[in-house]
Design a protein around this ligand. Structure first.
Ligand code: FES
Length: 178
C-alpha cells in the first residue's frame, strides 16, 4: 500500500498522479539528454574518425632520374594525391628537386617556411630566394637569412626502377618546427 494521492489521503492503492511541474521537468530533462547526445556526435567523430581513415598509395612519380641532372636543381610538378579532375589548377603542386652525386636527391616544397610564398631557385648563387619578405635558403634547403623560422620543407624521397618518387600524401607544414 502506498501513501495514496491527495484526494484519498492514503486510503487507496492508486499511484498518485504526477504534478504538472513533475511532468514538465521530465520532458525538459529528456530534451536536454537528447540535445546533449546530438551535440556529442561531432566531438565523437573527431575523436574516432582518425582511427578509421585510410590513405591510398601516396608515393608520386616525378619522372625518370635522368630528368634531373646531377648538380642541378629543377622544378617538378605533380598531381596532389586525392585530387579529382574538377579541382583544376589546385590539383597540381610543385617541388624543387636537387640532384646530388650518387643518385641522391632532395625534394623541397616550393612554399617558403615563413608565410608560404613560392621560392625561386637561382643557379648562379645556388640559393633559394623568397620574393615576399626576402627569405633566403641554401641549396640544401637550410635557412640562410630573413624571416623564415626554419629551412624549406622536404618530402620523403626514394628511387625505384630508375624513377624518382616522393611521398606527397602529407604536405610538409609548420608542425615540423625544426
Ligand atoms: Fe617568404 Fe615571408 S613568405 S620570407
Amino acid at each position: 500500500m502506498n501513501d495514496g494521492c491527495a484526494e484519498c489521503k492514503g486510503g487507496c492503492d492508486q499511484t498518485p498522479p504526477r504534478s504538472r511541474r513533475g511532468v514538465m521537468f521530465m520532458i525538459g530533462a529528456g530534451l536536454m539528454g537528447v540535445g546533449s547526445l546530438v551535440a556529442a556526435v561531432p566531438l565523437l567523430g573527431v575523436l574516432i574518425a582518425p582511427g578509421f581513415r585510410r590513405y591510398g598509395n601516396t608515393w608520386i612519380d616525378l619522372g625518370a632520374v635522368g630528368n634531373f641532372p646531377m648538380g642541378q636543381t629543377r622544378l617538378a610538378s605533380f598531381a596532389i594525391p586525392g585530387s579529382n579532375p574538377n579541382d583544376g589548377q589546385t590539383a597540381t603542386a610543385a617541388a624543387w628537386v636537387r640532384s646530388m652525386e650518387g643518385q641522391k636527391f632532395q625534394v623541397f616544397a616550393v612554399n617558403c617556411a615563413h608565410l608560404g610564398c613560392p621560392v625561386k631557385w637561382f643557379q648562379q648563387s645556388r640559393l633559394f630566394m623568397c620574393p615576399c619578405h626576402g627569405g633566403v635558403y641554401y641549396e640544401d634547403g637550410s635557412r640562410a637569412s630573413g624571416p623564415p623560422p626554419r629551412g624549406l620543407f622536404e618530402y620523403p624521397v626514394k628511387v625505384e626502377n630508375g624513377h624518382l618518387l616522393i611521398d606527397a600524401g602529407r604536405l610538409p607544414g609548420l608542425q615540423e618546427s625544426v
